[in-house]
Design a binder for this molecule. Structure first.
Ligand code: ZN
Length: 144
């Protein structure tokens, strides 16, 4: 596939997750832990909620407002990391950060649809938008 059409495909995936977010809305359940995070440079305001059971991410939810990159990234993250073990999830978060910083990430299959944010590496002012939800997940599972 030519590079241009790849970028078009990526943009379509991002817009789809922005318009039809997966796993959106917080659960009213004390089994969940959550972390609230803000990106003041853009106004993104996101809460990530997780239900960890036997060392696995049984559920990941998100709620909040923000730009298309931020909201789509939160949605993609929940679909890609749900049901992962905490160890795998932590590895994926670090891989995602590396990819956003523009480092080539070899095991791209680990990231699934999250590769659609690869292009953000060309726009440093959007780094936080792409990573803010992942940072929140890192915080909430780091404690548990
Ligand atoms: Zn943003």
């Amino acid at each position: 596939m030519a590079h241009g059409s790849m970028e078009t495909l990526y943009r379509q995936v991002i817009m789809d997750h922005y318009k039809n977010p997966r796993n959106k809305g917080l659960a009213d359940n004390s089994a969940y832990q959550q972390f609230h995070i803000k990106n003041p440079t853009c106004g993104d305001d996101i809460t990530i909620q997780v239900h960890v059971e036997n060392g696995n991410l049984k559920d990941i939810r998100h709620e909040g407002t923000g730009c298309s990159i931020c909201c789509a990234s939160a949605s993609v993250m929940t679909t890609e990391l749900k049901n992962d073990s905490l160890e795998v999830a932590k590895d994926k978060i670090e891989l995602f950060f590396e990819m956003i910083k523009g480092h080539s990430v070899e095991p791209s299959e680990l990231l699934g649809d999250a590769v659609v944010f690869e292009g953000v590496s060309k726009y440093p002012q959007r780094y936080k938008c792409a990573t803010v939800a992942w940072q929140a997940l890192k915080e909430v599972i780091g404690n548990g």
